[in-house]
Design a protein around this ligand. Structure first.
Ligand SMILES: O=C(O)[C@H](O)[C@@H](O)[C@H](O)[C@H](O)COP(=O)(O)O
Length: 258
C-alpha cells in the first residue's frame, strides 16, 4: 500500500480500499479519544460515496472495540425527500452503516421529512439548539456556533462540500446554523445544509475523496488558487484538524504529493 502524507495532512493511499481501511482506524481512534475526554462522540455524516468508504468501520475489530453507545449522528446535508427514499442520505447511512452497529436510535438526528426545505432547516437548527441546551453539543468559544467532534465530508467534482456549491450565495451564509437550497445543481434540488461557520467550528474534519473524476478539483483545491476563486472545499478550515484522505486516482493530477 503506497502511503504519502504531507504537512497539510494530505494522506494519499493506493486504492479506495486502502482509504476505507485508514478511515476506519482514524474514526475509531477519534471515537476513543473523544469518548474518554468528554463521554460522547458527535459525528456528522455526508451522503454520496463516503458511506460506502466507511464500510471497514462496521467490521471487526471496530464493531467490538468502538463504544457505539456514546455516538451521536448528524448530517452535514440532507436531501428534502422522505427518509425512505433512495435519495435520502439518512437511508443511505442506515443501510450501509447505522443498521450494522448499536448506536442508540435516540442519538440519530434525522431531518423532519414532513416539512418543506425552509421548515426542515429551521427544525434541524432547533434540534441542534436543544442539544446545546441539554449539553449533548457544545458551542465553539471562538465562533459561538455549535462544535461537532468529527465531520466526515465528501467532495463533488465541482468542489462542493455539504450542499454548498461553487458560486452559490449560501457559501457566504454566516448567521444560520442550518440553511436550505431549492436549486441544488446536484439532484435532488431541495436540500438542507450546515453552513460554513458550523462546519469550520468542528474539532476534526476528514475530507474523503476517491476516484479519478475528482482529480481536477483535488488539484485545484490543493494548488494555489486566487482567493476570489475559492472552491467550497477550500473554505473547509476547522478550528481543530483537517485530514485529507485521497486515493491515487483522486491524487493523480496533483503536481506534488511529496
Ligand atoms: O447529499 C449529498 O449529495 C452529499 O452530502 C454531498 O455533499 C456529497 O458528499 C458530495 O457530493 C460527494 O458525493 P460523492 O461522494 O457521491 O461524489
Amino acid at each position: 500500500m503506497a502511503t504519502e502524507k504531507d504537512e497539510r495532512n494530505v494522506l494519499v493511499l493506493g486504492t479506495e480500499e486502502d482509504v476505507s481501511v485508514a478511515l476506519a482506524k482514524y474514526t475509531a481512534d477519534l471515537s476513543n479519544k473523544y469518548c474518554k475526554k468528554k463521554g460522547s462522540f458527535t459525528v456528522v455524516l455526508s451522503g454520496g460515496t463516503m458511506i460506502d468508504t466507511l464500510r471497514k468501520l462496521v467490521e471487526p475489530p471496530y464493531t467490538e472495540s468502538v463504544d457505539w453507545s456514546k455516538w451521536h449522528i448528524f448530517w452535514v446535508d440532507e436531501r428534502v425527500v422522505p427518509l425512505t427514499s433512495p435519495d435520502s442520505n439518512y437511508k443511505l447511512a442506515c443501510d450501509g452503516f447505522l443498521s450494522k452497529v448499536p448506536i442508540p436510535p435516540g442519538n440519530v438526528y434525522a431531518i423532519n421529512d414532513t416539512l418543506p426545505p425552509e421548515g426542515a432547516a429551521d427544525d434541524y437548527e432547533d434540534c441542534l439548539k436543544k442539544l446545546v441546551d441539554s449539553k449533548v453539543l457544545g458551542l465553539s468559544e471562538a465562533s459561538g456556533f455549535p462544535k461537532f467532534d468529527l465531520m466526515l465530508l465528501g467532495m463533488g467534482p465541482d468542489g462542493h462540500v455539504a450542499s454548498l456549491f461553487p458560486g452559490h450565495p449560501l457559501v457566504h451564509e454566516d448567521k444560520r446554523w442550518v440553511t436550505f437550497i431549492k436549486d441544488s445543481p446536484k439532484l435532488p434540488p431541495e436540500r438542507i445544509t450546515f453552513t460554513f461557520p458550523v462546519i469550520n467550528s468542528s474539532s476534526d474534519i476528514a475530507l474523503v475523496i476517491t476516484g479519478a473524476d475528482l482529480a481536477t478539483a483535488v488539484n485545484r483545491a490543493l494548488g494555489d488558487c486566487p482567493p476570489s476563486d475559492l472552491l467550497p472545499v477550500q473554505r473547509v478550515s476547522p478550528e481543530g484538524q483537517l485530514q485529507w484522505f485521497l486515493d491515487k486516482d483522486a491524487a493523480s493530477k496533483l503536481h506534488t504529493t511529496n
